[in-house]
Design a protein. Structure first.
Lengths: 657, 376
């Protein structure tokens, strides 16, 4: 009985050192035991087991209380995040139409065959297999490789676009063979007029990594571009990206663990991008582009009363449709390596000396600053001497007595050599600066060049060596005839001409007339308020107009505008590309690329200007011969509705300035 | 012509071996299982019903046998079981990286047999040695336990190994293994777990090999310690089941409304992870009900053990009862992310005929022991 009482208690607290036998203290006595002793020992073990069970389940229950009560909010959110996925619904991109509604950029939907590289083991094998089902050309492969290099590899990339219905059916029947390959219906950008106004309209392309990084920097932007694959790269497509893109919609869907949408919970429809209606006249643009033929150059036509761009030409042009799905390397090489540099927007990014087209502005500057009166005449012996340097006039023997109006009509260099000398560089650069020369016009296309408005301050900034930084008075002389350091974009020249035509009221040039809400049709007018009234005196403007009208009736522009049914004011110009020291310039003797640039500015009708323009033909030779006839076709169409029969030919008998 | 007394006799014969208390709890648990299964995997209802019926028949058959008959089965069952395990190790079929099956016309999984054979064998052994138990006998018992557990763990099938180990351990425990052995081993074990948790970064480094454990076992432990290291891979099960449990809250999302369950985020939702479905759809309340039912079952089992007729019956009853605890504890720990995913089902709830039959066989044993209990 004594042993029995010891039972469990002794096992738990035996003060003696353990011996092998003492590990089983009660069992030594089993032979003697009463069944009750053994039973009570067993029942103690059962009680211990029960304690273990309670402690074990207690732990478990504590853990469940922690998860289900304490951390409930956290896990409930996690479960919702698991369950609900926001699928972006990409909005339709806005259309671009000309002022009359001619569509320049639109969308169409088509099927594409797309590969998600991360889901495909061997890309080349997959494409090989695919080419047995669907026609895949080497150029498709090349383009795909280029896209692959530029992309994050978890997005799907098109290997073929614009699948025919038959191709779609063929692929779908064999879809099981191609995991990671799928057909998607997508909206594509299309430029139905092809090369027309390609530099102005621009193009969209797939978002590249740099653009993606910029988008991701901005939280709102990043949300709005979820699902968007294309972005405006150049031209209006780029500068009005925000308007054209629209607001991405979202569909809340319940998804299962494999990411498949099970059902739709809520839908926020996308807001389509706004349409752009341009000030540009597509027909006018077409006529201007055709007039250039295959010559390189630029033309900018502006409505003087608004600043609206009527035509913006840069030739050669390119087909923006090539860029939409990633341009093939071959096409890119052609465009990029061509000596004609078709990708450059000459109207905004080409800077050229204005040549004699600068003279009317010089004359106006002299009148406005009181440096010379209109009726003050000088004698032109055919040259101008400054210090020990002689500046030659184009006309050997000179023009005789020349006043301001005559100086414009005959484009007398000597008059402007002396005028520039009288005015001085500071007065010239200040006045030309007010007219917008050497400054960005603020047109609604990104990346226009500043050009060069020469001044002592500019020279100091431009050059590093002290002796080069000094402005020499002799340098002012050639500024007067639009040569020297002068370099302006055709847009700046057209802008200044429009300001002249508008009597000194300056409007910011712009291509977009309205931003149109695609859903309501509500228009937001871009047409700007005047930027500045330069306060030119009417009598001064009158002198310039008389001179420029004279150019068109009896001067260098007269042949090109013979028989015109409207009164135009204009000025021809020829800008030296290559300085022929001392030698007389002979057109035929220099290679084509070194020939002078031909320029022409004009506005019409002279007393109620509806249009002002600047034309530049690179290496075109004389402005009167190469540039003025282009302007004639543009003005004829815009003012009279007369369509030309083809590209203009150079006029071999045109007078030099 | 069947007379009324005949029917009554038949009915009595049918009911006699049944312990109404145990049967009631078992049926309550199975009813819960039905309810959950109807949500988690309604397409398996008929198969599940068939499993339940077979299991109940097995339960009744075993319940109507006297414990002494079980006693005679102990040794042969154990020997056959160990031989089959050796055969598996030598000629077994490999599936999903584990060698668990033996193809003898049909594929059998001998480790399942050991869940019952092990406690039977050890209880039989202690019964044989009754009255002259020496420390040597405990060493023999440990050996009898370790060999098959080792063979099963090597397959590898950690879940079954743990269950067999638990079943055998509790026989030895009830037979009177000294606390002086249990306490230090327990303390060491807890210390080891704490050490693993504290030094998880070092020991979970990819280049570290764990002695005696397979790589997949190491990964299970490591992803348990930090599931976020592999959210779509090995940690996926733990993370998703924890989310299911936590998002269930106090009352749950409602029957058939579990999003984790019905959108396929829960793996194995009708088998090992069925408790996550209960937790998600019935919340903490559901978990408590299931836990209470297990407590009642275990309490009844331990009561039966206390009243058993002899040592063999006593040890067997205690050990079989504790099998339910081991099952439930490991499964619940696994679902709630405090134990590694080792493939242990929730007893009598998870879908799967073998485990259900084994467990009902255990209940049958308890009923048999209760029927032939010690009479005062």
């Amino acid at each position: 009985m004594a042993h029995g009482e010891q039972g469990v208690g002794r096992i738990l607290s035996d003060p003696r050192p353990p011996t092998p036998d003492s590990l089983l203290p009660t069992l030594q006595h089993m032979e003697l035991k009463a069944p009750e002793q053994e039973l009570s020992r067993f029942r103690a073990r059962v009680a211990a087991a029960a304690v273990l069970v309670l402690v074990g389940f207690g732990l478990i229950v504590a853990r469940f209380v922690y998860l289900q009560i304490v951390r409930y909010d956290y896990y409930a959110t996690r479960a919702e995040d698991n369950r609900i996925s926001l699928l972006p619904i990409v909005p339709n991109r806005g259309l671009i139409t000309d002022r009359n509604g001619v569509v320049l950029a639109r969308n169409y939907s088509a099927y594409t065959l797309e590969i998600t590289p991360s889901k495909v083991n061997n890309l080349d094998d997959t494409i090989d297999d695919l080419s047995e089902v669907i026609d895949i050309q080497p150029k498709d492969r090349k383009r795909f490789k280029k896209l692959l290099d530029e992309s994050k590899n978890f997005e799907s990339l098109p290997i073929r676009t614009r699948l025919t219905d038959e191709e779609v059916a063929r692929f779908i029947a064999r879809r099981y063979r191609f995991p990671g390959v799928e057909i998607k219906a997508r909206l594509f950008r299309q430029y139905p007029m092809g090369e027309l106004a390609s530099h102005a309209v621009g193009y969209i392309g797939r978002i590249n990594q740099k653009e993606m990084a910029a988008i991701e920097d901005d939280e709102d932007l990043a949300a709005n571009y979820r699902g968007t694959e294309h972005i405006g790269k150049t031209g209006l497509e780029q500068s009005y990206e925000k308007e054209l893109h629209g607001i991405t919609g979202f569909e809340q869907v319940e998804v299962d663990a494999s990411g498949r949408a099970v059902r739709s919970l809520a839908r926020t429809p996308p807001v389509p991008g706004n349409n752009l209606q341009l000030t540009m006249d597509a027909e006018l643009q077409h006529i201007a582009e055709q007039a250039f033929g295959n010559r390189r150059g630029a033309l900018v036509a502006i409505e003087p009363g608004t600043g609206g761009i009527l035509a913006l030409v840069s030739t050669p042009r390119f087909d923006p449709n090539l860029f939409v799905d990633g341009i093939t390397p071959d096409n890119w090489d052609v465009l990029n390596t061509s000596l004609d540099r078709p990708m450059i927007n000459r109207a905004l990014n080409g800077a050229y000396p204005p040549g004699s087209t600068f003279k009317p502005f010089m004359a106006l500057g002299a009148l406005e600053t009181g440096k010379r009166a209109a009726n003050t005449a000088i004698h032109d012996p055919g040259y101008f001497v400054f210090g020990d340097h002689t500046f030659n006039d184009d006309k050997k023997g000179g023009h005789g007595m020349v006043d301001m109006i005559k100086s414009i009509i005959v484009s007398c260099d000597t008059y402007y050599y002396s005028l520039a000398n009288d005015m001085g560089i500071d007065v010239i650069s200040e006045f030309m600066g007010k007219l917008g020369f050497g400054a960005r016009t603020g047109i609604d296309i990104e990346g226009e060049s500043v050009g060069v408005l020469p001044s002592p301050a500019w020279k100091k900034k431009r050059f590093k060596k002290p002796e080069q930084q000094k402005w020499y008075a002799g340098e002012t002389i050639s500024i007067g005839i639009g040569q020297g350091y002068n370099a302006y974009t055709p847009l700046q020249l057209a802008h200044a001409t429009a300001t002249l035509a508008a009597g000194g009221i300056m409007y910011k040039p712009h291509i977009v007339k309205y931003v149109v809400d695609a859903q309501t049709g509500a228009r937001r007018v871009i047409e700007p308020i005047p930027e500045a009234d330069l306060g030119f005196k009417p009598e001064n403007l009158d002198v310039i107009r008389k001179g420029m009208v004279g150019v068109m009736t009896s001067g260098t522009g007269a042949r090109a505008f013979a028989g015109a049914k409207y009164e135009a004011a204009g000025k021809t110009g020829t800008a030296q590309v290559y300085s022929l020291k001392g030698a007389k310039y002979k057109e035929g003797e220099v290679t084509e690329r070194l020939r002078d640039h031909a320029l022409f500015i004009a506005y019409a009708p002279a007393h109620d200007p509806k249009i002002a323009l600047a034309v530049l033909v690179e290496n075109g030779g004389f402005g009167a011969a190469a540039a003025a006839p282009i302007a004639r076709q543009v003005l004829d169409y815009y003012l009279l509705g007369i369509k030309p029969t083809g590209a203009v030919a150079d006029d071999p008998n045109a007078e030099p300035e | 012509m069947i007379s009324l007394p005949d029917i009554r006799a038949f009915f009595l014969r049918l009911v006699r071996p049944i312990d109404p208390f145990l049967l009631g709890i078992a049926l309550a648990i199975m009813a819960c299982a039905y309810l959950v299964m109807l949500s988690a995997s309604p397409e398996r209802m008929s198969a599940h019903t068939l499993n339940v019926l077979s299991a109940l028949v097995v339960m009744w058959v075993v319940a109507s046998q006297p414990p002494q008959r079980l006693n005679t089965f102990a040794l042969p069952l154990y020997v056959v079981g160990v031989l089959l395990l050796v055969a598996v190790a030598l000629f077994g079929d490999v599936s999903k990286g584990a060698r668990r099956w033996l193809n003898v016309g049909v594929r059998i999984q001998p480790s399942e047999l050991m869940k019952i054979a092990m406690p039977l064998m050890l209880a039989w052994y202690f019964q044989k040695r009754e009255g002259s138990l020496k420390i040597r006998d405990f060493l023999v018992a440990l050996l009898l336990l370790i060999v098959p557990v080792g063979l099963i763990a090597k397959q590898p099938d950690l879940g079954t190994a743990i269950l067999v180990l638990g079943a055998g351990f509790f026989v030895i425990f009830f037979a009177g293994l000294s606390w002086k052995l249990i306490v230090p081993v327990g303390v060491l074990g807890i210390a080891a777990v704490v050490a693993v948790v504290v030094y998880q970064n070092q020991i979970c480094a990819p280049e570290v090999q764990w002695p005696g454990l397979h790589d997949y076992q190491k990964h299970r432990v490591c992803t348990l310690l930090d599931p976020s290291t592999d959210p779509l891979g090995k940690g996926f099960h733990t993370i998703q089941s924890t989310i299911a449990v936590g998002s269930g809250g106090f009352l749950g999302k409602g029957w058939r409304n579990g999003t984790q369950t019905h959108l396929d985020f829960l793996p194995e939702r009708h088998t090992d992870f069925i408790l996550a479905v209960i937790s998600e759809e019935f919340g903490l309340v559901g978990v408590l009900i299931i836990t209470i039912l297990y407590c009642l079952l275990i309490a009844r089992g331990l009561m039966i053990a206390s009243n058993a007729a002899n040592l063999f019956a006593r040890l067997l009853a205690g050990s079989v009862t504790m099998i339910f605890f081991t099952y439930a504890f490991v499964n619940m720990g696994m679902i709630s992310g405090i134990l590694p995913v080792v493939g242990v089902p929730l007893p009598m709830v998870s879908y799967g005929g073998t485990a259900l039959v084994t467990l009902c066989l255990g209940i049958g044993i308890l009923m048999s022991i209760q029927q032939y209990r010690r009479r005062r």
